[in-house]
Design a protein around this ligand. Structure first.
Ligand code: 5RP
Length: 254
């Protein structure tokens, strides 16, 4: 794994939003005319979509096509003029660009706190290069340090599946899991399950001080649960991580 710090610090501190934009723009510099791209989801990936739209509109990029990782990204990309393809018809995906919720020292990721982990994993996992764009707040010593690790489950028997997920971490101090909910739109109910673009629910797993076990083993055990569709640990998938730092430098980790 190599790492390089680039760019002189600008004067004045950048906000977190500006850092996200810096990382996103740096990733878009890797895009070449004719590429098919995996288009990520979230506030950082949104800056990459905007930049791609600008480059296409100005003619700096003659043509690219994108495969969106969520319905939100599909709408955003359409708005800014990025031509879209279905995963099945995309052929080679040369480069995917997406944010992450956490990045560990081995470039394993937590993704999906925005709820799009399944399509993200399908698309980014089938591409040639997966470039992750983050501000430095996303760098963690262990996955699961800063919030939920999401698991997408089918709605049928979701509470039963939640129980099976809990069993994987039986007795682990500080572990908890719950179904992700959102405020109900209809009167009467206060909270309803969050529903993904695929019509599924999300189980959120919380770890007191991050996941200390063997991540591959934990991944296998979760994926063996009938009712679990996918989880938000992206292990060994990122090929490059672009980190925008508060001191104004950008670190590129390969
Ligand atoms: C969505 C994701 C996002 O990439 C992740 O949540 C990071 O989002 P943001 O860039 O808004 O911090 O995995 O499912």
């Amino acid at each position: 794994m190599g790492s390089a710090a680039t760019s002189p610090p600008p004067s004045g501190k950048l906000t977190q939003e500006e850092l996200k934009r810096v990382a996103a723009h740096r990733a878009v510099e890797l895009v070449e005319t004719g590429m098919t791209l995996g288009l990520g989801t979230g506030s950082t990936a949104a800056h990459a979509l905007d930049r791609l739209g600008e480059l296409l509109a100005s003619g700096a990029l003659a043509s690219v096509a994108g495969v969106p990782t969520s319905l939100k990204t599909e709408a955003h990309a359409t708005r800014v003029g990025i031509p879209l393809l279905e995963l099945a018809g995309a052929g080679r995906i040369h480069l995917s660009i997406d944010g992450a919720d956490e990045v560990d020292p081995d470039l394993n990721l937590v993704k999906g706190r925005g709820g799009s982990l399944l399509r993200e994993k399908m698309i980014e996992g089938s591409g040639e290069r997966f470039v992750v764009i983050v501000d430095e707040s996303k760098l963690v010593p262990r996955l699961g340090c800063t919030g939920a690790v999401p698991v997408e489950v089918v709605p049928f028997g979701a509470v039963h599946t939640l129980g099976l997920v809990r069993k994987v971490f039986d007795g682990l101090p500080g572990f908890s899991a719950r179904l992700r909910t959102v405020p109900a739109k209809a009167a009467g109910a206060e909270e309803v399950p969050f529903v993904t673009d695929n019509g599924n629910y999300i189980v959120e797993m919380f770890f007191e001080d991050g996941i200390r076990g063997d991540l591959r083993d934990i991944s296998d055990r979760l994926l063996r649960i009938t009712g679990v569709v996918e989880h938000g640990m992206f292990l060994g998938m990122a090929t490059t991580v672009i980190v925008a730092k508060k001191d104004g430098t950008v670190e590129i980790i390969n």
